[in-house]
Design a protein around this ligand. Structure first.
Ligand code: NAD
Length: 291
């Protein structure tokens, strides 16, 4: 039986780890706060009290952590993943982090004899719960082939997009599109409300035409009710837009709409709304419109 060490049991990691346990993998989970580990045990997994404990006996280790420093520390730290890896460990980082941080980690892993993939995901909490994530994978073809049966238990669209770091670059493009789309849907909702239109009916017909998109399908209902329970925390999207902006600058690419939406997200985070869902961009549009 394949043993999978799963580190980071938050909004995304918890259901992903539970789906792997349900699929018959021996999942040993670690999280910084303990209740998430106890919850995994209820879902059929085992508990680890440290990163080392989650890694030592594992054939595969998956991380689902907030940001680049978290993954760097857990992977490269004194008692981290590389320090405790079995020979030929397969390390799959599903977090969204900087492509350059990913490449640094990949170089260190390869030097330590660990196979490594960046495999950030899209599809949100619903995709994680339903096992229907879209997964963009960077790394070697051999690593990808080894990881595919496991990734198929947490996602439905799994694509090898290039060498180490390429998955993160594709994910950055994903986050640019998602943030821009939320902003436009938010502006459309405030516009429709100001005109006194039946917004439920409007969203329904818009979703069926060329304006149709996943934000209208999955987020508009919550936005209309002003329910901003995360979901995807705005502060994580703020982190991702920082990655997008620096990667665009590095490549010499102009992203004017991306820059505007980055500033709007930053404004919400700076005033204390970072723990809300990213659909709370609607709040700012409402306020800018005096509504
Ligand atoms: P989260 O904050 O809910 O979960 C992160 C978990 O990691 C927390 O439970 C935290 O306690 C744990 N953690 C942090 N540092 C740790 C450490 N050093 N050791 C062990 N555990 C540690 O975040 P999330 O929403 O699950 O997102 C995780 C990653 O996935 C982020 O990079 C995010 O950008 C990305 N992502 C999130 C979504 C979403 O919809 N929430 C969608 C796609 C991708």
């Amino acid at each position: 039986m394949t043993t999978v060490g799963f580190i980071g049991l938050g909004i995304m990691g918890a259901p992903m780890a539970a789906n792997l346990a349900k699929a018959g993998y021996d999942v040993i989970g670690y999280n910084r706060s303990r209740p998430a580990v106890d919850e995994l045990v209820k879902q059929g997994g085992r508990a680890a009290g440290s990163v080392a404990e989650a890694v030592r006996e594992s054939d595969v280790v998956i991380t689902m952590l907030p940001d680049s420093p978290d993954v760097s520390e857990v992977a490269l730290g004194d008692d981290g993943i590389l320090a405790n890896a079995k020979d030929d460990l397969l390390f799959i980082d599903c977090s969204t982090i900087r492509p350059d941080a990913t490449r640094t980690i990949a170089d260190a892993a390869t030097a330590a004899g660990v196979r490594v993939l960046d495999a950030p995901v899209s599809g949100g909490q619903a995709g994680a719960v339903g096992g229907t994530l879209s997964i963009m994978v960077g790394g070697t073809p051999d690593g990808f082939a080894a990881a595919k049966p496991i990734l198929e238990r947490v996602g439905t669209t799994i694509v090898h997009v290039g060498p180490a770091g390429a998955g993160q670059t594709v994910k950055a493009a994903n986050q640019l599109i998602v943030a821009g789309t939320i902003e436009l849907v938010a502006e459309a909702i405030v516009f429709l409300e100001a005109h006194g239109v039946d917004t439920d009916a409007a969203v329904k017909v818009l979703a069926g035409g060329l304006a149709g998109n996943a934000i209208l399908d999955r987020k508009a209902a919550g936005m209309l009710k002003r329910d901003f329970t995360p979901g995807f925390r705005l502060e994580l999207h703020h982190k991702d837009l920082g990655i997008v902006q620096s990667a665009a600058r590095e490549a010499g690419v102009a992203i004017p709409l991306g820059a505007v939406v980055s500033q709007l997200v930053a404004a919400l985070v700076n005033r204390g709304d970072g723990a809300l869902d990213h659909s709370s961009l609607l709040k700012l549009v409402s306020e800018l419109s005096g509504r």
